[in-house]
Structure formats: C-alpha cells, structure tokens
Write a protein that binds this ligand. Structure first.
Ligand SMILES: Cc1cc2nc3c(=O)[nH]c(=O)nc-3n(C[C@H](O)[C@H](O)[C@H](O)COP(=O)(O)OP(=O)(O)OC[C@H]3O[C@@H](n4cnc5c(N)ncnc54)[C@H](O)[C@@H]3O)c2cc1C
Length: 292
C-alpha cells in the first residue's frame, strides 16, 4: 500500500498525537533510507508517514555531566564528524563513518539504525560496547532502557514505530585509561553491509598493563548484535598480553553463532574472523587507552 499522508509535525507532542490518532496506521520516518525501501517492497505498510526530522528534541550531540546524549535524528555524518564523539567515544565515530556511502550517511539517522534492528547495524554495535541506554516516548509516557535489550531478532525491535518515538541515546563518555576501537569486514569499502563488525571499549589500570574491564560487541554473527560476555570475563584483571587476549578470543568465537552464508562466507571462516577483528580492535583500543 502506498502512503496517503506525509506529515511533518513541529513538536514531539504533535507527533505523538498523530501516531495515537492513527491507531497503528501511521509510522515514524526519519532519514527514510531503510523505510522507503521497505514500503516499496511492501515489507512494511503505513497509511501515514510522520516525519520527525524537524523536532528539536531529537537533534544535537551534548555532553551532560559525564554523559553524552545523542538525539535520535542525528545523522551518521554528524556522528562521524563530531569532535566530541571522536574524542570521547571514538568507536562510535568510526562505526558511523563506515555506514553505506556519503548520501546514506547524510540522510540515515542513529535512531533509524537502532529501530531497524539489523544484526549488522554499524552504530548499534559500538553503542552496545559503550553500554548505551535509550529514551523512548509515547503518549503513555517515557521509558529508559539499555540499548542491548531492544533488538530481539533480525529486523525486530521492541520500539513500536507506529506508537512510540525513540528520542535519544545516552552513554558515559570515555575517560582516562579508557580507549575504544571499531573494525569492519565487508566485500567493498562503500555501499556494502558488513560481513562482520566489532566494537571494543577497554579500561586499563593506571600502569596500562592490566585490563580492568573489557567490553566486546559483535555483529552480525548471531540473530542480534551481542556482547561476548565470557571473553570479557576472561580478560577482567588479565595482563595486556597476546596470550591472554588469544585465549579470551577463543571464547568469543564460541559465543558467536555464525551460519554458512553465500554472501558472508562459511561458518568456520566467520568464526575465525571474529577472533581476528576483535584482536585488532582490542589492540587499537589499548593503544588509545595508553595515550589518553
Ligand atoms: C544503500 C544503503 C546502504 C546502507 N548501508 C548501511 C551500512 O553500511 N551500515 C548500516 O548500519 N546501515 C546501512 N544502511 C541502512 C540504513 O541507512 C541505516 O539503518 C539508517 O541508519 C536508517 O536510518 P533512517 O533515519 O534512514 O531510518 P528510516 O528509514 O527513516 O527508519 C527506519 C525504521 O526505524 C523507524 N524509526 C526511525 N527513526 C525512529 C525513531 N526516532 N523512533 C521510532 N522509530 C523510528 C522507522 O519507522 C523504520 O521502521 C544502508 C541503507 C542503504 C539504502
């Protein structure tokens, strides 16, 4: 079905009122880079599209106390070029800089990337390593929850875009002794979804030779992006040494659930590459933490 109405509300209240009034027949649109294709393929239907890109509440990247708040309509290009994100959450700037192409990065938003819930989403994997939480509003109120629980399967998000609006994402800015890095494997450098992407945040002790905490996020080698918790646990308190890292990454490879796929490669290859990309990300994150 082709949409009949395209509305551009000027306030969040107005947007929520439109969604409520249409009782499931209206749907939020941001950059439209996913949604327009899905509407054309009839994978999604909506009688009314509610364009949220004019809403001030959904714009901007701000540092509030030690936390970074990113409005849902911030584009990948804005994330990639933000000096605040590059300095305090480099892993996210790196992930955003690799989305699609300049045109897609100029239109596509972080909120759309999250709600579209693809296991390969290039900003979601870094945001999981940053332990981000999201803010979601509806006419019933506001809820805040960890980003990690939002994606429940390929293309399945707990945010209902016919009734709710994801307004912002928030996480603690990285500080002293912390570093982060993103790595991506794809067939081409542009306009190619990742075969694998990894995001790492490390916290080192003051001497820079021991891991205090390591966060390892990986996509798309399971139905949803995931944190390699067993590997993270193995590295907690471990020396920053190749042997300890290699042993932990064996666990990460076991936590992945890749399937042989004609585009993304064999299960064995993908499992092996989980170790390779995570190792590279850890090494770069450690370098950043030592320099911070
Ligand atoms: C050619 C091409 C290449 C691409 N390459 C990549 C890539 O390399 N990496 C990658 O991760 N993605 C890629 N994408 C996917 C896409 O660009 C991103 O997922 C983008 O971030 C989606 O954002 P958007 O604003 O365009 O979302 P939209 O298309 O506007 O919306 C996507 C979904 O989210 C809902 N939605 C949007 N914003 C909100 C909100 N604030 N609250 C509630 N619901 C909302 C919509 O209803 C819809 O269901 C690519 C897409 C194309 C077409």
């Amino acid at each position: 079905m082709k949409w009949e109405e395209y509305l551009v509300p000027s306030s969040l209240e107005e947007a929520l009122a439109i969604l409520k009034e249409h009782q499931g027949q209206a749907r939020v649109i941001a950059g439209g880079t996913d949604l327009i294709i899905q509407l054309k393929k009839k994978e999604v239907t909506a009688r009314c599209l509610v364009d949220i890109t004019n809403l001030d509440e959904l714009k901007g990247i701000e540092l509030e106390d030690d936390f970074i708040r990113i409005g849902a309509c911030v584009t990948h290009q804005e994330l990639a070029s933000s000096s605040l994100i590059r300095e305090k959450a480099a892993v996210l700037a790196e992930g955003a800089s690799q989305v699609g192409s300049p045109q897609i990065r100029n239109m596509g938003t972080v909120g759309g990337n999250i709600v579209n819930a693809q296991p390969a989403a290039d900003t979601v994997v870094p945001l999981m390593a940053l332990e981000a939480e999201v803010e979601v509003v509806s006419s019933d109120g506001i809820r805040r929850e960890p980003l990690g629980g939002l994606c429940v399967g390929p293309g399945q998000c707990t945010v209902d875009a016919t009734a709710e609006i994801l307004t912002a994402v928030r996480f603690r800015a990285l500080g002293p002794n912390q570093g982060s890095a993103f790595a991506r494997l794809a067939k081409r450098k542009a306009l190619s979804l990742p075969i694998l992407n990894t995001a790492v945040v490390v916290t080192l002790n003051d001497g820079g030779d021991t891991f205090q905490e390591v966060r390892l996020a990986v996509g798309p080698v399971a139905p949803t992006p995931f944190r390699a918790r067993k590997a993270e646990e193995a590295l907690r308190g471990a020396a920053v040494e190749a042997q300890a890292i290699a042993a932990a990454l064996e666990l990460a490879a076991q936590e992945a659930q890749p399937r042989t796929n004609p585009v993304r490669g064999s299960e064995e290859y993908r499992r092996e590459m989980v170790k390779v990309l995570l190792r590279r990300s850890i090494e770069r994150a450690v370098q950043a933490a030592r320099g911070s």
